[in-house]
Design a protein around this ligand. Structure first.
Ligand code: GDP
Ligand code: IMO
Ligand code: MG
Length: 422
């Protein structure tokens, strides 16, 4: 029996979807525990590309159970669209997908407030996905949110939604934004509620039954360590705990039932949205964008890119308790002559071996680099560790050692089969 938490060790988009798909082979259940449809997890199987937002990536394999846990914030209209989109691609969700009764709901006023707050912030904006994630978690913390259990109770839902629309329309008017029509929102959400009713379950009880059976559970993290509401580069973060602990609170499975933590990281660094990125480098960004890579899976925005930052991944290893590493996008560096890795930060004469909490200080951090010779060979077709160029192996071993965890997987392409077990 093995319960595995998979987390992003950088700023999101590390290739978690691909690694989840690979590890689902060994799992019985895949659980999303935090975030919402701000996530975009890409999986390539046999020439077909799938982008998952709320549905766990495990849905792509037959006979696996998928759970959207209590810690996730769910836009039900969007979830129905996603399920239907998957159905059109031949992926069925029915009897294999469960939605927690206590997951909070995302409404159009959350998305509108998200957008309005960003406009008001101007140049200090976070660069959110505008999916309403922050305001939805805000309502949850303020104890004024609506949950899935309310959505499937028509009378209660109507009453609560009426109040929420009234309240939020006052706020939207103050922003100079258009108020929402209760009727329209109610109609769309009730229709989604009826559609989703068969999926709704007490997922805590369901998961504990699975634990008792000895099922293997895989917890699919969304976003990444430095987008964590507590441990990230606040305020340039998302509104949930993206680190390993979020898998427990977001599912109801306690810490001592967890067996290992897998950290996914790219062989370089990317970030989408605002906030400090110490190793940002326009040459790498231009190179990757010219290859058609590193555009956001949810918003299509070009991702900011930079060298691998081992100060950051070491920190991620610490807060998540990462046991094993999966390094993705190794092939992204195939054409690079000299590869740099950040091993410390420097501000004036002071050297930092950890990520400073002061965001202004972090923004001033200059990377101290170690250099590695590039392998200058394509790696896409390599399937065995011993067949990777020696310089690639040395680079991967070095970044794993600097991070402080065991290298378990190297990924050399987006496809399921482009995976090397170390
Ligand atoms: P996630 O949010 O962590 O699941 O990552 P995204 O799907 O948003 O972004 C990762 C991108 O990298 C996607 O386009 C994946 O298809 C792609 N990808 C993942 N692993 C590899 C790899 O090893 N090589 C290449 N070339 N692409 C990869
Ligand atoms: P996956 O799961 C990368 C970023 C946004 C923004 C910040 C806050 O695909 O790795 P939000 O809409 O959550 O309030 O935005 O977080 N962000 C992500 N960046 N990958 C994601 O998810 C992200 N989800 C949110 O760009 O900087
Ligand atoms: Mg993504």
């Amino acid at each position: 029996m093995s319960n595995t938490i998979l987390v992003g060790a950088q700023w999101g988009d590390e290739g978690k979807g691909k690694i989840i798909d690979v590890l689902t082979d060994q799992a019985d259940i895949v659980v999303r525990t935090q975030g919402g449809n701000n996530a975009g997890h890409t999986v390539h199987i046999g020439g077909q590309k799938y982008v998952l937002h709320l549905v766990p990536s495990g849905i792509l394999r037959k006979k696996k159970m998928c759970v959207i846990g209590n810690g996730v914030v769910v836009d039900p209209v969007n979830l129905v669209e996603e399920i239907e989109g998957l159905r059109k691609l031949g992926i069925k969700s029915g009897g294999n997908l469960f939605l927690s009764e206590t997951a909070h709901l995302v409404f159009p006023y959350h998305a509108e407030l998200d957008a309005q707050r960003e406009i008001l912030k101007g140049k200090n904006k976070i660069g959110t996905t505008k999916r309403g994630i922050g305001p939805a978690y805000g309502d949850k913390a303020a104890r004024t949110g609506l949950r899935v259990i309310d959505l499937v109770n028509p009378e209660r839902f109507k009453q609560k939604l009426e109040f929420k629309i009234k309240e939020n329309n006052e706020i939207l008017k103050a922003f100079g934004a258009k108020p929402l029509s209760f009727k329209q929102v109610h109609q769309a959400y009730r229709a989604a509620g009826d559609y989703l009713k068969p999926f709704v379950a007490n997922t805590v009880v369901l998961l504990h039954d699975a634990v008792r059976r000895g099922d293997n559970i895989l917890f699919e993290g969304a976003q990444g360590t430095f987008l964590d509401i507590d441990h990230g580069t606040y305020p340039f973060v998302t509104s949930s705990n993206t680190t390993a602990g979020g898998a427990c609170t977001g599912s109801g499975i306690p810490p001592h039932r967890m067996d290992r933590v897998v950290g996914v990281m790219k062989a370089y660094t990317t970030r989408v949205g605002e906030g400090p990125l110490p190793t940002e480098n326009s040459h790498i960004a231009d190179m990757l964008h010219a290859m058609g890579r590193e555009f956001g899976a949810t918003t299509g925005r070009p991702r900011r890119c930079g060298w691998f930052d081992s100060v950051a991944t070491r920190h991620a290893c610490m807060v998540n308790g990462i046991d094993q590493l999966a390094v993705t996008n190794v092939d992204g560096l195939d054409t690079v002559d000299t590869i740099k890795v950040c091993i410390a930060y420097r501000v004036g004469a002071k050297r930092y071996d950890y990520v400073p909490n002061d965001i202004e200080l972090l923004a001033r951090c200059q990377p101290v680099y170690a250099e590695f010779p590039g392998w200058l060979k394509p790696t896409h077709d390599v399937r065995k560790w011993k067949d990777l160029p020696t310089k690639t192996r040395n680079y991967l071993k070095a970044i794993a050692e600097l991070t402080g965890a065991k290298l378990a997987i190297a990924s050399v392409g987006p496809g399921r089969e482009q995976t090397i077990f170390v």
